[in-house]
Design a protein around this ligand. Structure first.
Ligand code: C5P
Length: 401
């Protein structure tokens, strides 16, 4: 199934006659659920206008690296971080050469250098240019660096020649791009994920909770299902939409979350605890609203410790591969490693929530993956990008176990 639901595709258009096909690519990708933003080289603007691309994509088109207006709206680094995938279609011989050489001499090459998202090129050029040794060498160098090359197709060319160098059809590009998001690395896995906050009742109208949005847990549920797993998401209160093909179990309190997890964990082989479970709950939640005229100026609420769901799963005999998250505000790595050992986890993902740009409610995250023997810091990226990256890493760690 060719789907790009909720995927952010940065479409780069370079200066070849096939540039006009960018219009159709935008349409097909949007139909498949993607959000598309467009970056054009100056040469591409000779073939098709940015205005056309702006009207189709619904967003301003970015052309110049040193454009203060565009930078103020969405700077090039922001754009590089925004993308889940960069697709350059058509990619000319000159663009491939500049990228192969690590140049950052225009907006599109600079974005390709700055992004942590996968980059795919769909070459389009005259057949002799494609077959030229210089282009073949550039193609090999780009592939070596992990850059994907889609096509080119063969057939009659705009210049009258016949041979390799035609831009793949939008439908073929859609298929190749959607395959990037459905890796299959967790196919056959049964995964339980906890997400969001828990709410601990004080009385029928009040509760203790935290700022967790559920974004990272929901993104992981989406990435694990796309990696081929069967996924159950046990979620505390959250407004987020359930990702396709994910079974969602809504809970409110830590005790409900524990019960929902324990009912399902026996048949799962991967457990990921992302939820920000409240550490304590009121020992004696009141049946009726606490009245301030009766309680006076000081009110004491006695709390009792909640069970640790993650540690309970990790303690199971023949239990699943168990992964936790550690939101810390200081001495992040040391505290996270201490939790990994104390809770007997296979992996822990540490993040610094004292930085509001990567904390609970933000769309971005910077984390460190910690195993018993390794510490791997990851760069800042969107929670969706991070989820896909983590899923690949999880599959590798599970393989090694
Ligand atoms: O100990 P701390 O709360 O910092 O640990 C965080 C990790 O433990 C997260 O993965 C969280 O989902 C999990 N956790 C849990 N049950 C608790 C507390 C934390 O599953 N009661």
């Amino acid at each position: 199934m060719n789907t790009l639901t909720n995927k952010r595709i940065l479409l780069g258009i370079t200066g070849g006659i096939a540039a006009y096909k960018g219009a159709e690519i935008i349409r097909r990708f949007q139909d498949a659920g993607a959000e598309v933003r467009v970056v054009m080289t100056r040469a591409a603007c000779e073939f098709i206008t940015p205005l056309t691309m702006q009207a189709l994509s619904g967003h301003p088109v970015h052309v110049d690296l040193l454009d203060t207006d565009a930078e103020a709206a969405m700077g090039h680094i922001e754009l590089a971080r925004w993308a889940d995938l960069v697709l350059v279609a058509p990619a000319t011989a000159d663009f491939m050469a500049r990228l192969a050489n690590g140049r950052g001499d225009d907006l599109l090459t600079t974005l390709c250098l700055a992004t942590v998202a996968p980059i795919a090129l769909a070459p389009a050029m005259n057949q002799a240019m494609w077959l030229n040794k210089a282009t073949s060498k550039n193609e090999a160098d780009l592939k070596d660096r992990g850059i994907l090359i889609f096509g080119p197709g063969e057939g009659l060319q705009a210049c009258g020649d016949t041979g390799p160098g035609r831009l793949l059809d939008p439908e073929q590009l859609l298929q190749h791009c959607s395959e990037q998001f459905s890796s299959g690395v967790l196919s056959g896995y049964n995964v339980v994920i906890t997400a969001g906050p828990t709410q601990e009742a004080i009385d029928p109208v009040r509760y203790i909770s935290n700022h967790s949005s559920g974004k990272q847990g929901f993104a992981l549920a989406e990435a694990t299902v796309e990696a081929g797993a069967k996924v159950t998401l046990v979620s505390g209160p959250s407004q987020l939409t359930t990702p396709d093909r994910v079974e969602r179990i809504d809970v409110v309190s830590a005790l409900e979350m524990l019960e929902a997890v324990m009912e399902r964990v026996a048949t799962c082989n991967l457990f990921i605890g992302v939820a920000a479970v409240a550490d304590y709950r009121p020992i004696d939640p009141k049946a009726h609203k606490i009245k301030k005229d009766i309680s006076g100026d000081n009110l004491t609420i006695h709390l009792i410790k909640n069970p640790d769901i993650l540690a309970a799963v990790a303690a199971l005999k023949d239990g699943p591969f168990t992964i936790g998250f550690a939101a810390e505000t200081q001495d992040v790595i040391r505290h996270a490693r201490e939790k990994l050992e104390r809770k007997n986890l296979d992996l822990i993902i540490a993040n610094d929530v004292s930085d509001v740009s990567i904390g609970f409610n933000s769309d971005e995250n910077r984390t460190t993956v910690i195993s018993k023997t390794e510490t791997k810091p990851l760069p800042l990226m969107s929670k969706h990008q991070l989820a896909r990256k983590l899923v690949k890493m999880f599959a590798e760690y599970i393989e090694k176990r």
